[in-house]
Ligand binder design. Structure first.
Ligand code: NAP
Length: 336
């Protein structure tokens, strides 16, 4: 295990902002988690966990404690008839796991191709895309419970998954060490989302997990900024769920507004509201902008600070509220 001092969090975050972390422990095994905790306790320092930093807005002031940088790698599979249990360690790159599943012709996570971040982060917000959520294939999650000081397994039901939700959001002391997925030898392509339907119409064959994964990556590469070129954390805001009355009213004004039934009302694409209702596609203030190709995504240019991004995001939320009455929420989490 490597312990580093005074590390810019900007170098560990895809938004590329954030001040210095006092200590960073690059964690490669469950035992090293315990060692990092012992160190934090002995020095009476706070601690936080970080994967690939693809969903955080890190404070310019940095973090005066111990940062557990989860880089544990490894994927294993265990066959059992039509089902295959695939276990991946927390620091494994999410899309590498999707590719592994595709290479082994396993179904269940192919629509989640190209989502940035680690396997360990995937259950936290129950990542989902194109009609598929990771909770549908998670068999169990192995954690180090920092309160109890022991490793335990949670079954799918014990993870309390919801839409972009899980117990891990409320219980950050459950440090995810690995996830076991229940994948299928046989499956049916799920192509009900407009982007994938369009691909089919254009003649793209979507018969296997590998073909679907490749198509999803291609779609995403058009919509989401290249992480190697810009600071970004993907979708910065969540797509809002509004009441049926509010939806009818907005739809009256903007007939092209899509709407999808959700538990507490109607889910609407925020990108449409930002673009067509507010005319904010590509809107930029100094070093921060809404991405031209997908306004739900925020882009941080060189020199951007967390304060600047925070102010920009607040301004966008106010504009949405002033014009539509919708209170939008951030998907990106403030760090620490
Ligand atoms: P999109 O496909 O334009 O969809 C915008 C919104 O409409 C999403 O909230 C989506 O719901 C909903 N929607 C679209 N078609 C639907 C259908 N056939 N049935 C039910 N709901 C439908 O969104 P996008 O921004 O380009 O993103 C593409 C996909 O990646 C979406 O599924 C999005 O949620 C997902 N994504 C996920 C994360 C994450 O897990 N953190 C981050 C970025 C994007 P859903 O949100 O339920 O799909």
């Amino acid at each position: 295990m490597m312990m580093r001092e005074h590390v810019p969090i900007a170098s560990l975050s895809t938004l590329r902002v954030g001040g210095l972390a006092r200590y960073v422990f690059d964690i490669e095994s469950a035992e090293q988690v315990t060692m990092a905790f012992t160190f934090a306790r002995e020095h009476q320092l706070p601690w936080r966990v970080l994967g690939e930093g693809s969903n955080i807005l890190a404070d310019d002031a940095g973090f005066p404690g111990v940062l557990l940088h989860m880089i544990l790698r490894g994927i294993q599979k265990e066959e059992s008839g039509e089902t295959v249990l695939v276990s991946a360690r927390a620091g494994e790159n999410w899309d590498s796991l999707v590719r592994y599943a595709a290479e082994n012709e396993l179904w269940g996570i192919e629509n989640l191709a190209g989502i940035p971040g680690t396997v360990g982060a995937s259950p936290v917000q129950n990542i989902g895309a194109y009609g598929m959520e990771v909770k549908d294939t998670i068999h169990s999650v192995t954690v180090y419970d920092a309160h109890l000081g022991e490793v335990q397994d949670f079954s799918n039901a014990e993870c309390r998954f919801g839409y972009r939700e899980s117990r891990f959001k409320q219980e950050p002391y459950q440090i995810i060490l690995g996830v076991t997925f229940k994948l299928q030898r046989n499956g049916t392509p799920r192509t009900m989302y407009a982007d994938l339907e369009r691909a089919v119409e254009q003649g793209v064959t979507l018969d296997t997990p590998a073909q679907i994964g490749a198509a999803v990556r291609e779609i995403r590469s058009r919509k989401f900024p290249d992480l190697t070129r810009y600071g970004t954390a993907g979708s910065f805001f969540k797509n809002p769920v509004i009441s049926e009355d509010a939806y009818r009213e907005l739809k009256g004004l903007y007939p092209e507004l899509a709407g999808y039934p959700a538990r507490e009302g109607v889910k609407v694409p925020l990108a449409f509201i930002l673009d067509k209702v507010l005319g904010l596609r590509g809107y930029r203030v100094d070093n921060v902008a809404l991405f031209e190709m997908q306004p739900l995504v925020l882009v941080a240019y060189d020199g951007a600070t967390a304060i600047e991004i925070d102010a920009f995001a607040k301004e966008i939320a106010e504009k949405v509220f002033d014009v539509t009455g919708i209170k939008i929420e951030r998907e990106v989490r403030t760090f620490p």
